[in-house]
Design a protein around this ligand. Sequence first.
Ligand code: SF4
Ligand code: SF4
Length: 228
Amino acid sequence: MKYAGVLYNDFSAAPGVSVSFFTQGCVFRCAGCHNPETWEFDGGEDFTADILDNIIEKLTDNSIKRNFCLMGGEPLCPENLFLSYLVLSTVKEKSPDTPIYIWTGYKYEDLIKRHEQKLDAILEMADVLIDSPFIESKRDVTLKMRGSTNQRIIYLKEGNDMLKIIRNPDEAYAKRISDALEKTGGQCPCVPKYAWTEDTKCMCKAFREQSEPGPCHCGLYEKIDFNK
Ligand code: SF4
Ligand code: SF4
């Protein structure tokens, strides 16, 4: 089994510090890809049990809790599913509360239609999925966790089976609301201070309980029915 590499202290992939694991081989070959050395399935390095042990050990090294980021190459193509599942299920077994971020060139709605056991299990373990291929003409270096504006941040543990939550892909707008949330200590910027309660903390109760597709009232998040 081949893999492309590991970063044990990655500060750029996700919020906080992460162990980032890169699979080898990509079916998308997007123009302008930053990691073309990960495209060939027979490139990279041999994956060994020592790498897996190191990943588990480094997740909490120096008492710092890290995210686990799975990226590529393409971690969710059929050729890489076995290794992605092996690494991810070991991370979840040994360190169950590790936040899991996955980057994929596939769209989430296409992934859930594949009905593959290992893929479904991987999606079940993930907290956040950043989906869709990189499109050079839509490249934007200011984006959070994404390379191009067509890519989406999907919060898989929020919402329910029918409705999943994405962050507004308009980064300038999303940043305005995120900045406002920081100033209010996480309280909804659309709610006056005298009305703040635990229920108005982001993600607020009103949005969590929203049963129809559509944006939250601030417009930072949106619920989408990917099953349609
Ligand atoms: S999916 Fe990712 S790794 Fe694959 S070609 Fe596109 S940007 Fe590169
Ligand atoms: S989910 Fe939207 S409406 Fe609710 S607190 Fe967060 S930003 Fe405000």
